[in-house]
Design a protein around this ligand. Structure first.
Ligand SMILES: Cc1cc2nc3c(=O)[nH]c(=O)nc-3n(C[C@H](O)[C@H](O)[C@H](O)COP(=O)(O)OP(=O)(O)OC[C@H]3O[C@@H](n4cnc5c(N)ncnc54)[C@H](O)[C@@H]3O)c2cc1C
Length: 279
């Protein structure tokens, strides 16, 4: 539950933010970082988060940067999804982000909040998993850059008080051929039944998913099977599906069997499109 009196802080440097977190924790004030705030407020109202103090990170320059150089695209953790869409430096990311929630919510939802959030879909992480991006993480010990495929395992594995600062992607990934598809049970907004994102890198397809399992993932074992062009498309898809991580979701949005049916169709579309069968 959100208490009637919540302490609010807006630090202007990384050190101030991480030091404040530890200080508030020692004072038993249950601190939480606050980026777009949509999830903090939603889970707070549902009594699932119980912050006693919040640390708004939108005053920290490194968290609100959006910078493209010849080598990298760097996106601050507090950049809203609509800003990423309008910028369009990374079209696969812009496409995936533009399918999350509605535009009004996306004006608030930030890239870092989506990736660090407790609600497990975290769709905006998919393009970064595919592009082997790097995350800048701050703690009292300083800042460290860590490959996303090392530190993101079902969720972003942070120690208490660590802060995601920004995400860096090498420029040569940004404009590779890609496809993404979000399939919902119904309506035009809402959480996915399945979202898939794929990109061709050096002739091979990389794929990541949200909605199949209770966590987003990219699977090298699935990619190996999908890229085995000595087999038929049907065999490649079946072999890839045999490497799905468990558990596969079976809930009110869709049964396990229905999700697998949708996944087969989605992978068929991806392969036909990315391997040029659709002209
Ligand atoms: C109407 C609606 C529909 C949605 N639909 C979808 C959807 O279809 N797919 C999807 O993927 N998402 C969807 N979302 C978004 C979603 O599930 C998350 O709630 C949202 O992305 C959180 O972003 P935020 O910036 O508001 O995060 P916040 O609420 O600020 O933070 C979320 C969590 O991350 C922590 N945190 C935030 N920033 C950092 C940081 N830099 N370092 C460390 N920890 C941090 C916070 O402490 C908190 O625990 C939807 C949200 C809404 C409101």
């Amino acid at each position: 539950m959100l208490p009637a009196y919540l302490e609010y802080y807006k630090p202007t440097s990384l050190y101030e933010a991480v030091a404040l977190f530890q200080e508030l924790k020692r004072a038993n004030k249950q601190p939480m970082y606050f980026s777009g705030g949509t999830e903090v407020l939603t889970l707070g109202r549902l009594n699932m988060d119980t912050p006693g103090s919040i640390i708004d990170i939108k005053g920290i320059p490194e968290c609100i940067t959006l910078e493209r150089t010849t080598q990298f695209l760097t996106i601050g953790a507090s950049v809203p999804l609509t800003v990423i869409e309008a910028d369009d430096s990374f079209p696969l990311l812009a496409n995936v982000s533009s399918e999350i929630a509605d535009r009004t919510a996306r004006n608030k939802i930030t890239i870092g909040g989506n990736i660090c959030g407790k609600i497990f879909y975290r769709e905006a992480v998919l393009p970064f998993l595919i592009a082997d991006s790097h995350l800048l993480i701050a703690s009292l010990q300083g800042v460290h850059q860590i490959p996303i495929n090392v530190i993101f395992n079902k969720e972003l594995v942070l120690e208490e008080g660590q802060l995601l600062v920004n995400i860096r992607t090498e420029s040569h990934f940004l404009n590779n051929p890609f496809i993404s598809q979000k399939i919902r049970k119904q309506w035009e907004t809402g959480y996915p039944l399945i979202t898939g994102a794929a990109m061709k890198v050096d002739g091979a397809l990389r794929i990541a998913f949200s909605g199949i399992c209770p966590f987003p993932f990219r699977s090298p074992a699935m990619e190996k099977e999908i890229n085995n062009t000595t087999l038929s498309i049907e065999s490649r898809i079946e072999n890839a599906i045999n490497h799905l991580p468990e558990p596969i979701l079976d809930d009110i949005e869709g049964s396990r069997e229905y999700r697998l049916f949708v996944l087969r169709n989605l992978l068929t579309d991806f392969l036909l499109e990315m391997e040029g069968y659709n002209g």
